[in-house]
Design a protein around this ligand. Structure first.
Ligand code: GLA
Length: 338
């Protein structure tokens, strides 16, 4: 992380010819278990990883947001605050700019700022580089403008940027994970309450290791598959007369769904919620070595019922288990990533 701080600060000085006022950091995340449950008001269990994103920033007095990124070429993107809106700017710059827009839309006072971004977190690897970028930028904007925002509120603003500015209809898990996870712990999220509780996660102490495998298949949450899954879940809940699939705990209730696809999508969510709570219980009672079977079951469910895994992920899971892993699964939204 220290290298990243220096990298962002140096890029800042190169691009803007002065020192930044500070450098803000947000990590990536891996979701241990609880996939496609967040927008169903269910449970998830992510943890932060040591790769992340740094934003070096300083206020400016010309009402402009300037954005530079070491990973995204030479040009500095410059946008007047009063012209910010979905699509302006687009591409990578939409994530930090979208957070300034979300803050302004929520009535916060935000002035111009220069930002320089450096990352050691791969984009498109399903490790929440989008949320890390939104949240690091959000922390910078909040401090530069002396906004005393609780982290949970910043997370919600990051999600607003992602949903309404970037156009990816995601839940809140990633932003909460990125802003609230603590070292040595996973974060048990109750996505209805919007709260998170730390649960000890220390693989090394149990003589185990958690391996993150980037399949190098890029994933995109704006390209339709994610939104279609979300709509299927909402349709299933509506047909069953439930506020959300969170309220269904008995899988036999799903027999009322005549549409086979909806039934399978809903079954994944209902059973995945239970797997999250079971995993948290095992972690709390020091039985990390028994979590593997739940991870593998989660993968099978995401592959067969929810249909969001991809061939390279299935191959990685099979290879890991054949090589002696206790369990393995895809993490994140699916259709690519890790
Ligand atoms: C992406 C989204 C999250 C969540 C996961 C699937 O990471 O950003 O909100 O829905 O997919 O669990």
């Amino acid at each position: 992380m220290r290298l990243l701080v220096t990298g962002a600060a140096r890029l800042f000085t190169d691009r803007y010819g002065r020192d930044p006022e500070g450098v803000w950091y947000a990590p990536g995340r891996v979701n241990l278990i609880g996939e496609h449950t967040d927008y169903n008001e269910g449970f998830a269990l992510p943890f932060a990883i040591s790769a992340g994103i740094c934003v070096a920033a300083a206020a400016r007095d010309d009402g402009v947001i300037a954005l530079s990124s070491r990973q995204h070429g030479d040009a500095t993107v410059i946008v007047p605050l009063d012209t910010l809106g979905p699509g302006r700017p687009d591409g990578w710059a939409a994530y930090p700019a979208g957070v300034a827009w979300a803050l302004l839309s929520a009535g916060h006072r935000v002035g111009g700022a220069s930002l320089a971004i450096d990352a050691d977190l791969a984009a498109g690897a399903g490790l929440s580089s989008s949320a890390a970028l939104e949240c690091a930028a959000g922390l910078a904007f909040a401090d530069l403008n002396q906004l005393a925002l609780p982290r949970s509120e910043l997370a919600a603003l990051g999600r607003r940027a992602e949903n309404d500015f970037v156009g990816a209809p995601t839940g809140l898990m990633d932003q909460l994970a990125v802003l609230l996870c603590q070292a040595g712990h996973a974060l048990l999220l109750d996505c209805r309450a919007g709260t998170g509780t730390g649960v000890p996660l220390d693989p090394a102490a149990a003589g185990l290791a958690l391996l993150i495998i980037d399949t190098r298949v890029q994933h995109e949450l704006t390209d339709g598959g994610y939104g279609a899954r979300r709509r299927a879940c909402e349709d299933a809940a509506r047909i069953l007369g439930a506020r959300s699939l969170r309220d269904i705990t008995d899988v036999s209730v799903l027999d009322q769904l005549s549409d086979r696809v909806l039934r399978r999508r809903a079954r994944h969510v209902v059973i995945e919620n239970r797997r999250v709570l079971d995993t948290a219980e095992l972690l709390r009672s020091g039985q990390l070595n028994r979590v593997g079977a739940l991870l593998t079951a989660s993968h099978a469910s995401l592959r067969d019922d929810f249909a969001v895994s991809w061939p390279e992920a299935d191959a990685a899971v099979e290879a890991a288990i054949a090589a002696g892993a206790h369990g393995a699964r895809m993490t994140g939204g699916g259709f690519g990533g890790s």
